[in-house]
Ligand binder design. Sequence first.
Ligand code: GLN
Length: 237
Amino acid sequence: MCRHLGWLGTDVTVSSLVLDPPCGLRVQSYAPRRQKHCLLNADGWGVGFFDRSAHGQVPRRWRSQAPLWGDVSFESVAPALRSHCVVAAVRSATVGMPIDVSATAPFTDGRWLLSHNGIVDRAVLPVTTRAESVCDSALLAAVIFERGLDALGETITEIAAADPGARLNVLAADGSRLLATAWGDTLSILRRPDGVVLASEPYDNDSGWEDVPDRHLVEVTAAGVVLTPLDHPEGYR
Ligand code: GLN
């Protein structure tokens, strides 16, 4: 299982989210604290962020198939990258999946950035020509993009019914919404005064981190945070 992190709030540096926290994604690349299914995340990393300096909100990505802990170039540049909306991930490739940049989250359709932390049988995913890679997560991303992010909860429950062994923690953002599912692995929320963090696991020991119960959808917008049980249609705050 990989580890991922999303941010929606005021402009912050990428390094403040990914590299600086004592148990952030850089440390999670070699010493995750809550990861159930493997020991480290050395098969690559990716950071995607929305750039408002361009026309509209443009998703930009920087990905690598090397471990995050050794990337001195990214360490040098990350303090200069600022965004209000970020999706980042470190990867532990599932056995049989390619290890290259195209298989590394975040994936994009040009509007959304999406990371998948988990595993899914590719046989239950409809064939799509739009996937960035044959990796299960890239195929899952393509299916979610095709069905639309408004249907994320339905898509996840449907795929889980087709593959009961699937673990489907998805994190996606479009610059003004952050969506995530907890389905088979950990997910936490930190509500900060300047924005909201969703992360596979807390990046520090702040007592404000809240665990998201399994089989839930989380939506973060400027209006706040809404959790919806995926087994039940009605949401609660
Ligand atoms: N199955 C995905 C991959 O191979 C994600 C793996 C994970 O969550 N560790 O990259």
